[in-house]
Design a protein around this ligand. Structure first.
Ligand SMILES: Cc1ncc(COP(=O)(O)O)c(C=O)c1O
Length: 937
């Protein structure tokens, strides 16, 4: 039997555009062209033209279809042969059916009939068919092996024969012949749930995928040099890097026992030759079942079916108070009864208690930890606002210093008040032209840490708290930040606020920049002898502990000492913001090497402090099935979300009228060049599509999440707030959340569809036309007013103010004396303002005069303008001239903590005098000769 023909020509596949869209569009084009050809005379010019088009489409589809089970290479080749033989009717009928089955996904439960019977399914998915998919979900298994067509058919038959009526799932196989093909299939085929790697196969694919080069990390030569028998384990590692959720099995001809010892961490199981077909089949089913199980959701469903009498709280349980009511019956009609059947305050009877989980909730949290790559995961039913407070309270005690991004969510600022931390605010780089902040540069973090070291207070610095990614989509190089900070303070704890980043785990490009993934890699690297040797070489060149030259330490790439560094990482995620979960569903993920020894008890107390004794079961169940979803289809959903965002960017960048008024900010505008080693300005280029995103995400200090799309609207002369409310919402029913003076932020998410993207483009086009026609009709004076408005929105923007400083009364160091360092006791300031006699109100003009007269005016409250939504003043902070100028220039309606009629609430001078009697800073610095190092504004 001959090996399958390897084609000599190479076809370039890159992901500069959506392969999935290309596939769907190609099947539609194929069906249309074939339909038209059947009506045309065969000797005409149009027939010839269509024929060429069909050939081109078949050439595009051939490589793509070789990575999917349906219609599969064999059927596809048959279709192409019918076409070449001139059997147009048959080809068209087949293409139309395949197109239908792909579009309505009916191949997922019709797969059985395809090999032999091609009469195909009905055009419209029936109730029965969708029930079949619910009852028995379908997936595909990748087989990596060089096989003949006959061998492949035989294998497919064998798999089909193993199917049993009581199987929970049904699967089909996709066979690929090489290492590269396996990686391409892993990236393209979202139906894959498992992969069986057979012994020995070539490296190269007949197709080229530009993207592969990036994922192969220049390993090609190494891999090609390896004996074929070693490629299986290597391939397993690569696949698990790309899609760690896939179950991997190795079938080997060598000593299976020895190989299992070497690669057991990557493969679920290692099988010897073909001897265990039935075992392999069962293992595949079991592997998928593990991810499919949603223990708490299942327990709740089960509970809702049981007859129970409620002699307890919660009259709504079992819908009793609703169904017996004369006045709120419509509630049950609207929500359906299951919602209430699943409501209960019971924690037994198959259910569990969130405060002390031992059953299905415990298992659901363990499954979430597995899915999100954490050591431990805790569910929170009051959003990340609460999750943040739990983590801060668990780790920070009064007096501990926390370095924190001032531009972070308000829950952190309140968390600081609750915990009694000494707060050192870090400034993000400003983006004045868009009235927004970026993120905190590594150099700034190192500068502050080193300044604490000089002041002798490094021991008290407990935690670094940063937002990843920011509201506007700026993403840190999480691993590098932790690495360099740990080099200065090896026991530092990190809290990454990933409220907007829960989805990131499920895509290879994003995953690297999540807290959990970076923590896992750091742990692995610190344990690796090669890292140890590299560290020794580094330490001989630069001794971080002894080095007195801060500038040198800031400029150098620092390595932590693996013998000392502890990996202590926490991430909080609003599952509900980016994945399937009811509102307020959040998770706390933990990778803390010292959790057991140092934090578990305190964490438990903090969790008890903030968690309701009546947590909402529906939220908990949704966290459980939201996790199931991403473990089984997260990759597909996130990839699509990215593609939709890129399509939006592409349309606005290329359409003549859209680009006249609108512009999606690129990474070049949102991340200054000094933080972009790749020098990539935009993830979308008309010539290359969006292929360069991966490069930038690998190398740059800050990357941009392209699914958060900041639209610059300054050129329309409409401000952000008006654009959001009067145009998007009132006229077209489009909801967005954030605006700045001259931008509005759109986000795609895993629920975004092709139609919703099309609708948004349509709406932007309508608005552009309206602006165009309004400006065309302007009188000379009106035009001048319009131009002035545009200038004000595009050029005359108030510079964003930096954090000023805490008043001395709040700046005591660990010894109680005045500290040289900039941190402040925000809790003391917060509670000082509770006594009315300590406070007064001053208008902005009065504040300006007071400052001019030499008084230090100190805020008693948080003052937060929306937008931009970060506190420009916190309790205890002195009001600087810059901050005042910014407030005066702001033209937003909503400023929390400021009442225009009476002004700002500030501390009365006598209240400050009473707390200002602090001893001067003790000279505790490790190098007193250098004196005060930190600049206090
Ligand atoms: C960065 C950040 N962290 C935390 C939160 C709070 O999350 P939740 O709404 O889940 O309480 C938000 C909310 O917008 C946020 O933007």
């Amino acid at each position: 039997m001959a090996r399958r023909q390897r084609r000599s020509h190479e076809i370039s596949l890159n992901r500069g555009h959506s392969v999935w869209e290309m596939r769907a569009d190609s099947w539609i084009a194929l069906t249309d062209d074939l339909g038209r050809m059947a009506e045309l005379p065969r000797d005409g010019a149009e027939f010839a033209e269509r024929r060429e088009r069909v050939q081109a489409t078949l050439a595009i589809l051939r490589p793509i279809e070789s990575y999917w089970a349906f219609p599969g290479r064999k059927l596809f080749d048959e279709l192409a042969q019918w076409f070449e033989a001139g059997d147009l009717n048959r080809t068209q009928l087949a293409a139309r059916r395949i197109n239908r089955m792909l579009a309505n996904r009916s191949y997922r439960h019709q797969a059985l009939s395809l090999d032999s019977d091609f009469d195909g399914p009905s055009e419209i998915e029936t109730e029965e068919e969708s029930q079949a998919q619910i009852n028995k979900p379908y997936f595909e298994v990748l087989i990596v092996d060089e096989m003949t067509d006959e061998e492949e058919t035989a294998l497919r038959r064998r798999v089909q024969r193993k199917r049993r009526p009581d199987d929970a799932f049904v699967f089909d196989i996709v066979v690929v012949p090489s290492f590269e093909d396996a990686l391409i299939a892993t990236l393209f085929n979202f139906n894959l749930q498992a992969c069986v790697i057979r012994h020995g196969f070539p490296f190269r694919s007949e197709y080229q995928l530009d993207l592969l080069r990036k994922f192969l990390d220049g390993l090609e030569e190494d891999i090609e040099r390896q004996p074929e028998s070693e490629r299986g384990p290597l391939l397993g590692r690569k696949i698990s890097e790309l899609r760690p959720e896939l179950d991997l099995y190795l079938v080997t001809d060598l000593k299976a026992e020895e190989i299992a010892v070497r690669v057991g961490d990557v493969f679920e199981r290692v099988f010897f030759r073909e001897e265990d077909h039935t075992e392999l089949y069962m293992a595949i089913m079991k592997g998928v079942d593990q991810r499919y199980r949603a223990p708490f959701f299942a327990a709740l469903k089960e509970y809702s079916k049981q007859p129970t009498g409620v002699f307890h709280a919660l009259p709504i349980a079992r819908g009793k108070s609703i169904l017996n009511s004369n006045w709120i019956q419509d509630v049950a009609q609207f929500y359906g009864t299951n919602l209430f059947m699943a409501e209960t305050s019971a924690t037994s009877g198959g259910l569990d208690s969130l405060l002390d989980p031992v059953g299905p909730l415990k298992r659901a949290q363990e499954a979430a930890a597995r899915a999100f790559g954490a050591k431990r995961t805790f569910f929170a039913t009051n959003g990340t606002s609460t999750a943040n407070k739990i983590v801060v309270q668990a780790l920070v005690k009064p007096g501990d210093i926390v370095l924190i991004d001032r531009n972070c969510h308000k829950s952190h600022h309140y968390g600081m008040v609750l915990s009694g931390a000494q707060v050192a605010y870090l400034d993000s780089y400003p983006l004045d032209t868009c009235s927004m902040y970026g993120a905190v540069p590594i150099a700034e973090l190192k500068r502050v840490l080193l300044a604490y070291r000089r002041a002798g207070h490094l021991d008290s610095v407990k935690m670094v708290l940063l937002t990843n990614c920011t509201f506007d989509g700026i993403v840190y190089d999480v691993e590098r930040v932790m690495e360099e900070c740990l080099a200065i303070k090896p026991d530092l704890i990190f809290l990454w606020d990933e409220a907007w980043f829960a989805f990131a785990r499920f895509h290879p490009t994003y995953r690297r920049r999540t807290g959990m993934s970076a923590a896992a890699r750091l742990c692995e690297r610190f344990a690796d002898p090669d890292y140890g040797a590299a560290y020794d070489r580094f330490a001989r060149e630069l001794d971080v502990v002894e080095c007195d030259d801060d500038a040198k330490l800031i400029a150098s790439r620092l390595m932590p000492n693996p013998a000392k560094a502890r990996v202590r990482v926490y991430a909080t995620q609003s599952t509900h913001k980016t994945l399937t979960s009811l509102r307020q569903g959040s998770m706390i993920h933990i990778w803390d090497q010292d959790f057991r020894d140092k934090t578990e008890e305190a964490f438990h107390e903090a969790y008890m402090t903030h968690t309701s004794t009546s947590p909402n079961y529906q939220i908990l169940a949704s966290l459980d099935f939201g996790r199931r979803q991403v473990e089984l289809e997260g990759y597909e959903l996130v990839q699509r979300q990215i593609e939709f965002a890129m399509t939006l960017r592409e349309q606005v960048a290329t359409h003549p009228l859209l680009k006249k008024y609108f512009y999606f900010l690129n990474v070049g505008e949102l991340v200054p060049a000094s933080f972009r080693a790749s020098e990539i300005e935009s993830y979308y280029e008309p010539a290359t599509g969006w292929a360069n995103m991966e490069t930038a995400w690998r190398t740059d200090e800050f990357a941009l999440d392209p699914t958060r799309l900041t639209l610059f609207i300054g050129n329309t002369g409409i401000d952000g707030d008006t654009f959001k409310n009067r145009y998007l919402m009132d006229k077209y029913g489009i909801q967005i959340n954030k605006t700045s003076r001259n931008t509005v932020l759109f986000m795609t998410n895993i629920g975004t569809t092709r139609s919703s993207v099309a609708y948004l483009i349509e709406v932007l086009l309508k608005i552009a036309k309206e602006v165009e026609s309004n400006t065309a009709d302007l009188s000379a004076i009106e035009r001048r007013i319009h131009e002035k408005r545009v200038r004000s929105l595009t050029e005359e923007l108030p510079p964003l103010p930096d954090f000023s400083h805490f008043h001395v009364g709040f700046r005591h160091g660990p010894d109680g004396n005045l500290a040289e360092t900039p941190d402040g006791d925000i809790r003391k300031a917060f509670f000082l303002s509770y006594d009315e006699e300590n406070c007064e109100y001053l208008t902005l003009t009065e504040v300006r005069h007071a400052i001019a007269a030499g008084r230090e005016v100190v805020s008693a409250l948080f003052v937060i303008p929306y937008p931009p939504g970060f506190p420009i003043l916190v309790p205890g902070q002195a009001i600087s001239a810059d901050i005042l100028a910014f407030m005066e220039a702001l033209d937003v309606r909503e400023i929390h903590g400021y009442r225009p009629e009476i002004g700002l609430r500030v501390f009365a001078a006598r209240a400050l005098a009473a707390i200002s009697d602090v001893a001067p800073a003790a000279k505790t610095g490790r190098r007193p000769k250098d004196g005060v190092v930190l600049q206090i504004a």
